[in-house]
Design a protein around this ligand. Sequence first.
Ligand SMILES: *Cc1c(COP(=O)(O)O)cnc(C)c1O
Length: 373
Amino acid sequence: MSIPLLDLKSQYAPLKNEIMKEISDVCDSQYFILGPKVEKLEKEAAEYCHSKFAVGVTSGSDALIISLMVEGIGAGDEVITTPFTFFATAGAIVRVGATPVFADIDPVTFNIDPKEIAAKVTSRTKAIIPVHLFGQAADMGPIMEIARKHGLKVIEDACQAIGAEYNGRRVGSIGDYGCFSFFPSKNLGCFGDGGLVTCNDEKKAQLLKIFRNHGQSGTYMHDYVGGNFRLDALQAAVLSIKLRHLDDWSMARQHNAAEYRKLFAEAGLTDSIVLPREADYPVRHIYNQFCIRVAGGRRDALRQYLHDQGIGCAVYYPLSLHLQNCFAKLGGKPGDFPVSEKVSGEIMALPIYPESTGEQREQVVKAIAAFLA
Ligand SMILES: *Cc1c(COP(=O)(O)O)cnc(C)c1O
């Protein structure tokens, strides 16, 4: 029996009739860009994320870019972020003309280490982009403290973490902006590309809406140069339906993570495999990924072994961003971020999607035990 890393068909099947009806409504209306479906989703998403405002955009990548644009961050400015994240986090900084400055991660949560941030602040620093990686909140308390002390904006990259919490607060509601992605494989995914920005400042929310529509503040009147970052109604309609199930899916992921922990312990593998841990600060981890660490240079061999057994697994992320070719001119070199570099050589994600079964998890753990034996 092969086991996929993610099976979106099993999520779609029970929702198909409801979703098709909504899609048909949108087609009947022939109202495809922004409009009532997008406004409805924005209201629901703001409430879900415990934020005052939410603005639907074209993708998580564009959510980051538009937040930076609204803050006027660009050439000559520095933005501090993690080297251990999906490319888009640092890509957005470069796209607006600013310079990403990396700060190493915490080995337990894989999130940016606040102690490392403090050392990177200069007179050119304008913002911090912490990423809530794999569905677990970064240590926002000390991050907000550093930001306040130096007058920096905080843009939360919550693309993997919708519904995750830090100290009882939802991610995306703590910093100045929260950026979300609805890429199909995220915990809340649409049927194409989509994204959202949350914020608590009404003026900034208004600016986000202006910037997502080419900076247009009145009909064909442009106070700013924005872009086309508009969410479409079909995606919003799908997301409104799926959002109602998100808490159930997150609970299923948490259940699956707990079951993996039990199975790995029973198999006596917890010395050779490092299981993902929850932070020391209070979190609601929503397990976008369940990433184990395999030491001793055996990760790639294990990945190949599982692949040969038909078990889906993936490496997020194999190369720290400071070592990517496109960032060579930033001058990053091996050894600059030892934790990020070590983790990227050891990490591997296992299937954790809500509909996956206990038998599948048993099979995954058995296969890993066989490989290590
Ligand atoms: C997916 C993701 C993004 C980008 O989102 P898209 O919707 O694919 O543009 C940005 N940051 C992180 C951490 C992500 O996981």
